[in-house]
Design a protein around this ligand. Sequence first.
Ligand code: GTP
Ligand code: MG
Length: 230
Amino acid sequence: MIMKKTATISSFNGMEQLFTGEDINSLKRSFFEMQHLYQSAIREISTKLEILDDEFQVIHKRNPIHHMQSRIKSIKSIIEKLNRKDYEISLESAKANLNDIAGIRVVCYYIDDIYMIAKMLTQQDDIVLLRVTDYIQNPKENGYRSLHLVVSVPVFYSDRKEIVPVEIQIRTMAMDFWASLEHQLRYKTNDTVPLSVAKELQECADTIAKTDRKMQSIYKSIEEIKKGNL
Ligand code: GTP
Ligand code: MG
């Protein structure tokens, strides 16, 4: 499994003007402390997932995870989201109101791997499951599929423990293929996709989902043959 992109601490990016009435240096310090906290939470969760993936390889001679990506929400997106949701614009408000400042995407081989990884992670006793959105059982209207979890994980510092939320998107390679292209198309067309195109995209998502289920069943048949049951 490859860790494709590690979240990097992003810069303050000229957003100072949006925070008024505060000492800019202490604001910058708080901002970097906050980024470090979310970066640490990502490391905690990534390590847990890597260990689970390695263990599965040792026992079953294959990896359930194809690759992972992670990101920390940029200050620009944090401000946009706080605005969109009508929350106060401050670092404290971001910490209190946003669950997706730290994000990890886990791309698996098979559909069953998704649920297995989700179960193995969330049953660990330092992890608290805060939210599950199953866009595989209930795909979005546009065809988007993935399992979304929000979990919290403790991060231990020299003198304290912080509980940090992390958004985890778990999907197959096929779901990732569709979501990446759809995201790019939407970005290129500024969110306005004609209805006929939207329908075609949704049909692609359905075809891809069907193929995903077929590949899963082929895998199961081969496992049965290997066990001598077929
Ligand atoms: P917001 O983050 O405020 O939008 O609300 P939410 O957390 O309830 O959103 P949701 O869980 O539906 O989506 C969070 C993330 O999932 C997005 O930032 C995307 O990365 C991904 N996602 C959700 N819907 C789509 C979609 O239709 N297409 C693609 N490509 N990605 C999606
Ligand atoms: Mg979100």
